[in-house]
Design a protein around this ligand. Structure first.
Ligand SMILES: NC(=O)c1ccc[n+]([C@@H]2O[C@H](COP(=O)([O-])OP(=O)(O)OC[C@H]3O[C@@H](n4cnc5c(N)ncnc54)[C@H](O)[C@@H]3O)[C@@H](O)[C@H]2O)c1
Length: 249
């Protein structure tokens, strides 16, 4: 129970990785508030969290909307008295070759993967600074580091996730003396339902680019979140942790 009594906010909590992380944090004793667009999915996650005997809360919000996020996070902070852990997990890619990409696709990717991280982090941080402690962990992507070599047509996603990497490092420096750490994960391809439609050829081509020839397991990713949120990681900040089977070496 490394996170007993901690209060966590997880964005994308209705999604594949967010749900696994929510359950893992709850198993370690943390209360979990989920934020997502998907109300039904949030409720399913909340049920799984409550099964661990901790508090669960849900707020349905479009995280690209600054005011809606301020209101949703404000409600959680008021109810729980603060937030100890923020996991920025909402996001997702869209494939589009650069020479054909519309401005709308570009901006949608920035909104979903970068501006949402600004909005939620901006809403949560004041309460962390006030209590002089907090852990902010964002899910970037190995695309931010390797240029999205696993998928052609990932420029907007890679650029947005690289923005998350820059935000992580700069904010880590800004708040280091105030007891708040800021880190990011850079996962490669994960064994999530998004991969279920891979053809055998596509799967082979993917594994050929991963030295371990393994997809990431969501449970392993969730374990790194627990570690970064735990007391043992108090002096780790500004880290961009690849979880990619060596793809980015
Ligand atoms: N699955 C992978 O292989 C992989 C690899 C690298 C990085 N990532 C990143 O990990 C994170 C989670 O991925 P996943 O596989 O769980 O994806 P997912 O699609 O299963 O979950 C993403 C969740 O984010 C929510 N979301 C998206 N836009 C939103 C918005 N504007 N407002 C509120 N909620 C919104 C969706 O409703 C969904 O529940 C994403 O940021 C993704 O880019 C995933």
């Amino acid at each position: 129970m490394r996170l007993q009594g901690k209060r966590a906010v997880i964005t994308g909590a209705a999604g594949a990785l967010g749900r696994v992380i929510a359950q893992r944090l709850a198993a370690e004793g943390a209360d979990v508030a989920g934020l997502d667009l998907n109300a039904a999915g949030l409720e399913e996650t909340a049920e799984l969290v409550r099964a661990h005997g901790v508090r669960a809360a849900s707020a349905t919000a479009d995280l690209t909307d600054f005011d809606a996020v301020q209101a949703a996070v404000g409600g959680i902070v008021d109810e729980w008295g603060g937030v100890d852990i923020l996991l920025n997990g909402a996001g997702g890619g869209a494939v589009s070759l650069f020479h054909e990409m519309t401005y709308e696709t570009w901006m949608t990717q920035m909104d979903r993967n970068l501006n949402s991280v600004f909005n939620v982090t901006r809403a949560v941080l004041p309460s962390m600074l006030e209590q002089r402690s907090g852990r902010i962990i964002s899910i970037a992507s190995i695309a931010a580091v390797s240029g999205g070599r696993l998928v052609r047509g990932a420029t907007a996603y890679a650029a947005a996730k690289a923005g998350v990497v820059g935000l992580t490092k700069a904010l880590a420096i800004e708040v280091a003396e105030q007891g708040v750490t800021v880190n990011a994960l850079a996962p490669g391809a994960q064994a999530t339902p998004g991969r279920d439609n891979d053809t055998p050829e596509r799967r082979e081509a993917l594994l050929d680019q991963i030295p371990t020839r393994l997809l990431g397991e969501p449970e392993h990713l969730a374990e790194t979140v627990v570690f970064l949120a735990s007391p043992a990681a108090v002096n780790i900040t500004g880290l961009i942790l690849p979880l990619d089977g060596g793809h980015s070496i």
